[in-house]
Design a protein around this ligand. Structure first.
Ligand code: TRP
Length: 335
């Protein structure tokens, strides 16, 4: 008899609160497409999380759909991965409420993301911003995943998820699988082009290259990229003393597959002024097919609707099983 090996399950969410950029692509999304062979993968647009900060409704709607198109254009095959929108699967809100009641005020108060975001949005420190990690725990625990790939900034939320899962399980028996955070070490850490000590981020648009950006804008940003104030003017990998050049080299390495030594040889004797536009050109050519495919998909609304509807259906099937178990354990009367 053929042996059926159950694939490990993996789940991750991204907030459609900003346009996707080169850092998201090289640091994460690029590596996702190959995972589908080894894992059963769920990816969702975390729209419910975005409203903890005020959003413009039309922009949120547009970005949610664009993000889906961009994921697919980056190589995430909807036949092999479950792609869905968080708010389409009502079990997230429902389990989120339950887990709020198993997450402590003190725990939530210690979350560094809450402290950062409330400092930045002093005029809108709402309850959702505070209890956000309980919703994130629900997002994860509904699907009983083995692994949750996240960036460093989400590690604390993943640890809280584990604590909440263990707390719940210790009261009610084994309801939730306790997931492992998975911080992939593949993938480049892309820094801002004009502030190479900070991560590339949409909040610093001049140092950030967006996936949908026009080639001429991309090239302008690369030409203006900060290199280093040393007099050496030599392409050499030295992240400590030459963070700007090291960042450009990492980007170039990620898009061409060349090693740092190969890059040093390639640009031996060239100054930064020659190096920067070559990196820009390589990035433009990497992003071109992604942008074109995203634009094509965005014209085919019926296709995208089909993808997110069938994704939500598959997700809800899994999520409902967990939710039903939870409701039963905590004593809610069955419908
Ligand atoms: N909080 C995550 C972020 O801001 C997004 C997110 C929401 C998420 N729910 C999740 C990530 C569940 C992984 C698993 O990046």
């Amino acid at each position: 008899m053929e042996e059926i090996v159950q694939k490990k399950r993996m789940l991750s969410g991204i907030q459609p609160s900003g346009d996707l950029h080169l850092g998201n692509y090289l640091g994460a999304i690029k590596n996702w497409s190959s995972r589908a062979d080894a894992y059963e993968c769920f990816y969702f647009m975390a729209d419910m999380h975005t409203i903890t900060v005020r959003q413009t409704p039309a922009d949120l709607r547009r970005r949610t759909l664009e993000q889906l198109a961009q994921y697919i254009a980056c190589g995430l095959d909807p036949e092999k991965n479950t792609l869905f929108v968080q708010s389409h699967v009502h079990q997230h809100a429902e389990l989120g409420w339950v887990l709020n009641c198993y997450t402590m005020f003190g725990e939530l108060s210690r979350m560094t993301q809450f402290k950062d975001k409330s400092a930045k949005n002093a005029e809108n420190i709402n309850g959702g911003l505070f209890t956000y990690p309980a919703l994130m725990a629900a997002d994860i625990l509904l699907y009983q995943p083995d692994l949750v790939p996240v960036g460093h900034d989400q590690k604390q939320h993943c640890e809280l998820t584990r604590d909440v899962a263990q707390r719940f399980n210790s009261i009610y028996g084994d309801v939730f699988k306790v997931p492992e955070p998975f911080i992939p070490e593949t993938g480049a850490r892309v820094m801002s082009l004009n502030a190479p000590e900070s991560k590339m981020s949409k909040s610093m648009p001049e140092g950030c290259v967006f996936l949908m950006e026009r080639p001429e804008d991309i090239q302008r940003k690369f030409k203006r990229a900060i290199t280093d104030s040393d007099t050496e003017n030599c392409v050499r990998f030295d992240p400590e003393n030459k963070p700007g050049v090291a960042n450009l080299m990492s980007i170039y390495s990620a898009v061409t597959g060349r090693s740092f030594e190969q890059i040093e040889t390639e640009f031996a004797g060239c100054g930064y002024g020659k190096f920067k536009p070559v990196v820009g050109e390589a990035v433009i050519e990497t992003l071109r097919p992604i942008r074109e495919e995203s634009e094509r998909l965005l014209k085919d609304k019926a296709y995208l609707e089909g993808v997110y509807r069938s994704g939500a259906e598959k997700a809800a099937y899994v999520a409902e099983k967990t939710l039903r178990k939870v409701y039963k354990k905590i004593g809610f009367l069955a419908r």
